[in-house]
Design a protein around this ligand. Structure first.
Ligand SMILES: [Zn+2]
Length: 144
């Protein structure tokens, strides 16, 4: 069983299995790549998370913040003190005084991610945080 890289499901997400030539691939139920086939029982199969998955999953979050010296260090320490590994951080300067961080994190599941997001939202200068694929999928759902 493989996990799709398009929508990067993590434990706690609603998921669906898609039969492919290389086996069953797990997508988020709302993934735009399987929207057209998810009702087809010859192609898709309902799956559930195993209760004791002892591994970590990659997830991407986007953080909009006011540009402030030291913010990245403060964020990174909040993340690592939550026992979450940072795979990568990309920084993009937006307009005047705003900055956008794209972080790839290793999490155990939605609960751990939600706890982290709550914690990060309490930091000064952070304006918004969201999981990238959640937003993309909301858009996909509206479009179809
Ligand atoms: Zn997908």
């Amino acid at each position: 069983m493989n996990y799709a890289t398009c929508c990067k499901p993590i434990p706690g997400d609603s998921v669906i299995g898609h039969f492919t030539s290389s086996g069953l691939v797990v997508h988020q139920e709302r993934c735009k790549n399987i929207l057209s086939v998810r009702e087809d029982p010859t192609q898709c199969f309902p799956v559930n998370w195993h209760e004791k998955l002892d591994r970590e999953f990659s997830t991407d979050i986007k953080i909009l913040a006011s540009d402030e010296t030291g913010l990245l260090a403060t964020m990174a320490s909040a993340i690592t003190s939550s026992a979450i590994n940072i795979e990568s951080i990309n920084t993009q300067e937006l307009d005047l005084g705003h900055i956008e961080f794209t972080l790839t994190l290793q999490v155990k599941g939605r609960d751990q991610l939600a706890t982290l997001i709550r914690k990060l939202k309490t930091l000064k200068n952070i304006l918004s945080i969201h999981r990238i694929h959640d937003q993309e999928m909301r858009q996909a759902k509206t479009l179809h």
